[in-house]
Design a protein around this ligand. Sequence first.
Ligand SMILES: Cc1cc2nc3c(=O)[nH]c(=O)nc-3n(C[C@H](O)[C@H](O)[C@H](O)COP(=O)(O)O)c2cc1C
Length: 170
Amino acid sequence: MKILIAYSSKTGNTRKLAEAIHLALPGADLCPVENAPNPAAYDLVFAGFWVEAENANHTMVGFLQKLSGIKTALFATLGAYPDTQHAAASMKAAVAQIPDAVVVDRFICQGAIDPEMIEWMEMLPENDKNAPTEARRTLWKDAASHPDENDLNAVAKWAQQVLKNQAALA
Ligand SMILES: Cc1cc2nc3c(=O)[nH]c(=O)nc-3n(C[C@H](O)[C@H](O)[C@H](O)COP(=O)(O)O)c2cc1C
């Protein structure tokens, strides 16, 4: 089975997941989305993005649009907690970018927020929708250690299970 792992990563969090998947599936091709080959040449594509404004990040969107009819496993990182409505909505928005999507599985976990972005949010006025609150500061602190070893082990296990499921169907 020909497998591609294509990812987009601004600060390295999503790249870490992509590399953990590659270690788990060593025969797969791994590349940043900017250099990704034509996905139509693959039986299964792992597509990794970071959440930007409750969607896949804009660089990844163009690639997702090329995945029409191709078996796709989506993985992502985000600043928010992975068990929130926001995380689910972000994943749903990413799926919606793929015409005739064949999404076989999904994985999402927290990723550290760019310190420059935190610095910017710390300067916002109180009435701004992104202004810091105690809950937000706790979230940023919690996100800072992710993806951690548990996340990387979990994504590796997930990828192996995705492959097993696909092999069983073949
Ligand atoms: C411009 C921008 C927008 C973001 N929007 C969101 C968002 O809507 N929700 C969220 O949970 N995290 C958001 N984040 C946080 C990133 O998704 C998170 O830090 C991610 O792990 C970054 O991945 P990377 O290191 O692979 O670039 C945003 C970050 C940036 C820089």
